[in-house]
Design a protein around this ligand. Structure first.
Ligand code: FNR
Length: 378
């Protein structure tokens, strides 16, 4: 409503409030390498397109005369009360789009009271990002190093810095086939900006033959080799439980059997996600597997969702199909590129305002208790 009041007064927002135009606006301010790294996806882009098409196949059926004048966006996720069912997804190397990088995102998220998930591939150290987020809720995303001491050290630092929820990303034990980045010769991870978390870690540094300053490329490769490859299975999860005393969430779940294995393993939540279409080309749309997964395990753990969320209607659809909350990826990164902390805030506030209006005009008062009866399949 504040956005509307501004518009009634003739004031324009800093940049578009239309999520379908954000990418084009960000392209104008970014160099091709960083822009395509953020916008890009695996292979032919089929998974990214599928993510959007899946949302378009569902329609919201509005109800009338329900008195939805006052709406309630707040909800409880993993024991935390959040002002809205929206979390800022882990996105690495944010320094490639803005000098304030994860610090700006952390401040914007904290200002809105929404969790930011700090990536292991962050260009800001765990401690600096935590300081920037102040009293804001913070979650930590793990790319799981195969060296248990390095892993334990990173998790201990995250806990000491006030990160409460551990999000373990399972779908990126190797980077997907990304022709665009290959063609641009642009992979940010081979630069120090993508490695602040291990580089600031004393145990990781003790594993290096030379200091990272002396041989940065070797140090980065050493790190990449630690998080690449997958010789562990579901029986490795107790290690994480031993090193983390808060909720553990597995990100990248797409098969209902994996969702069941996650529940059997006793984790607290999963993120149904295909990494925004960046890993497996031709993968199933994340939204298409959400209902079956939510039905199978929704009473045993919390089901979160990402991949393709752009609008308030998308949030309503994901919640109606069984998600407790959604994670937002690229849109806020475009906001960061376009306006730093204020840009992130503008994108997320616009999404929340859109969600609030869409919910109300659909005749629903609360994000809690939305179910499939809200939707029809086109
Ligand atoms: C990501 N994502 C990601 N995920 C993760 O677990 N750790 C990470 O470091 C990153 N890094 C990353 C960088 C960039 C540039 C993008 C666009 C994405 C995936 C992210 O958390 C999320 O799953 C998707 O972005 C969600 O899809 P949408 O909202 O971008 O469509």
């Amino acid at each position: 409503s504040e956005l509307y009041l501004q518009a009634y007064g003739g004031t324009k927002p800093p940049f578009t409030t239309d999520p379908t135009r954000l990418e084009a606006e960000a392209e104008r301010v970014l160099d091709p390498g960083p822009f395509h790294y953020v916008a890009g996806d695996a292979g032919s882009g089929a998974t990214t397109r599928a993510n959007r098409e899946a949302f378009d196949r569902w329609g919201i059926v509005p109800r009338m005369l329900t008195d939805a004048t006052e709406r309630e966006l707040s909800t409880t996720v993993l024991g935390q009360t959040l002002p809205a069912p929206v979390v800022l997804a882990p996105v690495g190397v944010q320094s490639i789009v803005h000098t304030e990088a994860e610090r700006a995102t952390a401040r914007a998220a904290a200002g809105l009271g929404l969790p930011m998930v700090l990536s292991t591939a962050s260009s800001t150290s765990i401690e600096d990002a935590a300081a920037a987020s102040g009293d804001g809720p913070r979650w930590f995303q793990l790319y799981w190093p195969n060296d248990p001491d390095v892993c334990g050290s990173i998790l201990a630092r995250a806990r000491a810095s006030g990160y409460t929820v551990l999000v373990v990303t399972l779908d990126t034990w190797s980077l997907g086939w990304r022709p665009c980045d290959l063609d641009n010769g642009y992979l940010p991870f081979l630069k120090a900006e993508g490695t602040a978390v291990p580089f600031s870690d004393p145990v990781f540094r003790s594993r290096l033959d030379a200091s990272p300053e002396e041989d940065q490329a070797m140090a980065v490769l050493r790190w990449i080799s630690m998080i690449t490859g997958t010789d562990r299975g579901w029986d490795a999860l107790p290690f994480l439980r031993e090193h983390w005393d808060g909720p553990i969430v597995l990100k990248g779940i797409q098969h209902v059997d994996d969702a069941r294995l996650a529940a059997d393993a006793g984790v607290d939540g999963i993120v149904v996600s295909n990494h925004g279409g960046r890993q497996v080309d031709g993968a199933v749309a994340a939204l298409d597997v959400l209902p079956e997964i939510a039905t199978a395990v929704g009473d045993r753990l919390e089901v979160l969702f990402d991949s393709g969320v752009r609008t308030g209607a998308d949030v309503v659809k994901a919640l109606a199909l069984g998600a407790k909350a959604v994670l937002l990826g690229r849109p806020y990164v475009y906001g960061l590129a376009l306006g730093g902390e204020d840009g992130v805030r503008h994108v997320v506030r616009s999404l929340l305002a859109d969600l609030d209006l869409t919910l109300g005009l659909s005749g629903r008062r609360s994000v809690r208790g939305l179910g499939p009866e809200v939707l029809v399949r086109r």
